[in-house]
Each structure stands twice: as structure tokens, then as C-alpha cells.
Design a protein around this ligand. Structure first.
Ligand code: IPE
Ligand code: IPE
Ligand code: MG
Length: 260
């Protein structure tokens, strides 16, 4: 791998390995407000072990739980997981069925802890296109946590950024037609307000596991100035230490937003 890419894979700052040292270091600097994670590599993790891909998704769910705890304990404001894309419907039916059952499982095992942690759970993506049991679980998460005031936890499920933008454009056209807004008043703020992330800060830090160096139709508008952090680690091997490492690397980046 060429040196310039390698620098971004696996974290740039490998000097601090110790979890406590890392934690102490990141608590001294401003935290990212919004961390978004592309949790990739479940299938390859399973394949390496001679297991079905679904075993990778089950193992990945444990890492989701651990990462939520780590983010909550740090005091991160918004955490977003890319859990199922609009393109993931192309996968074999048994894998899709399994992935659609995971939120039902997660509801049973984790809802109470999320309530206790004052976490507010929200979904990004068209729930109505998921199986009815899945929809019910997703709605229950949102309903039972909607008054919570702690960590905002988004799950992007049946999410595609281009689809999100198309829907936003249609809504804005409707509003212009109705005369609620003038065409010349359509600006970046208006577009942001029509996206599924309305009201949320744009991600400061995006983490992608599994060594793939791409965005895969995730939050295209919102990522305009996000810091990207890639690791070769497969999602079921992702640890809180790596999460802290990503944050520490983020804290050493210089965000210029086009200025000098
Ligand atoms: C991420 O892992 C989970 C989902 C996309 C649902 P993958 O299932 O994409 O795992 P790989 O990339 O095939 O290893
Ligand atoms: C991205 O992973 C989507 C999720 C993690 C849900 P994919 O595995 O679907 O992405 P590609 O196919 O490698 O781009
Ligand atoms: Mg993948």
C-alpha cells in the first residue's frame, strides 16, 4: 500500500497504545460532537473463521453495544451507525432476513440499558420498507427514548444518501409550488433542513472499518468537511481502544474549511 494511503489506515498515531493513557489524552482536548461509523467487514470476519456471514453480523452487534457505551461515557453528543444501506437489499435473502431481525433482538437485549443511559434513539432511512416486525422494533426504540436528553444515537437502516437527497429535492419543489418558499430562498440551510439529519450537527469524524476506502452512499451532503478515519480492522474486532484512537487522531487534525 502506498505510504500516503497507509497513513490513514489503522490510525496515524500509534505511539499511545494504552487505553487509560488514550482516554486521559482525549479528555484534555475538544471531542468531536458527532461521530459516524461505517461498520464494515462482518462478512469477511465470519468467512475467515469458516462461519456463515450472519455470525459476523451477530459478532458485530456486540461491538455496536460496546461503542455506544464508550461514546456515552466520553460524552459524545451524536453517534451514528450505518447499519443497512439501500443497496444492501441486493444481498441473499437469508442474510437480509437475518439483518432485519437484528433490531428486534437488540430491542430485547439493549432497550433498557439505553433508557437507563438517557440515550435518544433515532432512525435514518425509510422504515416502512422494512418487514413489519422490524418496523415495530425500530418504532419502539424511538418512542420509548424520544424524551431522553443524553447521547443521540442514530441507526441508518435502509439508508442511502442519494435517495435522501432525491426526497429532499422533491419536498422542496412541493414547498416552492405551494408558495411556502421562494425558489431564490433555497440555500444550504434549507437543503440541510430537508435531510433526515435535520437538527443534527454534521459528522465531525467518520470511521470506516475493514480497509475499504470509500463512502458507499453514506451522508454525502453532511460529510462535506468531516474528518475521515480508516482502519483495516474488521468491525467485529473493533474495540473501544480503536474508537479512542480514532478520536485522538481526529484531535490532531487541522480543520481548515478552505481557509488558511
Ligand atoms: C457490514 O459488513 C454490515 C452490513 C453492510 C450490513 P459486511 O456484511 O458488508 O461485511 P463484508 O464487507 O462483506 O466483509
Ligand atoms: C456499507 O458497507 C454499508 C454498511 C456498512 C451498512 P457495504 O459493505 O454495503 O459497502 P460496499 O459494498 O463495500 O461499498
Ligand atoms: Mg461490506
Amino acid at each position: 500500500m502506498i505510504e500516503s494511503i497507509k497513513r490513514f489506515v489503522g490510525g496515524e498515531n500509534k505511539t499511545r497504545q494504552n487505553k487509560e493513557e488514550l482516554l486521559a489524552a482525549i479528555k484534555r482536548a475538544p471531542l468531536p460532537k458527532h461521530v459516524a461509523i461505517i461498520t464494515d467487514g462482518n462478512g469477511r470476519w465470519a468467512k475467515k473463521r469458516g462461519l456463515p456471514r450472519t455470525a459476523g453480523h451477530a459478532a458485530g452487534m456486540k461491538r455496536v453495544r460496546e461503542t455506544i457505551r464508550a461514546a456515552d461515557e466520553l460524552g459524545i453528543q451524536v453517534l451514528t451507525f450505518y447499519s443497512f444501506s439501500t443497496e444492501n437489499w441486493k444481498r441473499p435473502k437469508d442474510e437480509v432476513d437475518y439483518l432485519m431481525k437484528l433490531p428486534i433482538e437488540f430491542l430485547k437485549t439493549d432497550l433498557q440499558e439505553l433508557i437507563d443511559r438517557n440515550v435518544k434513539v433515532q432512525m435514518l432511512g425509510e422504515k416502512s420498507q422494512t418487514p413489519s416486525q422490524t418496523q415495530m422494533a425500530l418504532t419502539e426504540f424511538e418512542e420509548k427514548t424520544k424524551h431522553n436528553t443524553g447521547l443521540i444515537l442514530n441507526f441508518a437502516i435502509n439508508y442511502g444518501s442519494r435517495d435522501e437527497i432525491v426526497r429532499a429535492v422533491r419536498q422542496i419543489i412541493d414547498e416552492v409550488k405551494k408558495g411556502n418558499i421562494d425558489k431564490d430562498e433555497v440555500n444550504e440551510e434549507v437543503i440541510s433542513r430537508h435531510l433526515l439529519t435535520r437538527g443534527l450537527p454534521d459528522p465531525d469524524l467518520v470511521i470506516r472499518t475493514s480497509g475499504e476506502l470509500r463512502i458507499s452512499n453514506f451522508l454525502l451532503w453532511q460529510l462535506a468537511y468531516s474528518e475521515l478515519w480508516f482502519t483495516d480492522t474488521l468491525w467485529p474486532d473493533f474495540t473501544p481502544e480503536l474508537f479512542y484512537q480514532a478520536i485522538e487522531d481526529f484531535q490532531h487534525r487541522s480543520r481548515r474549511y478552505g481557509a488558511v
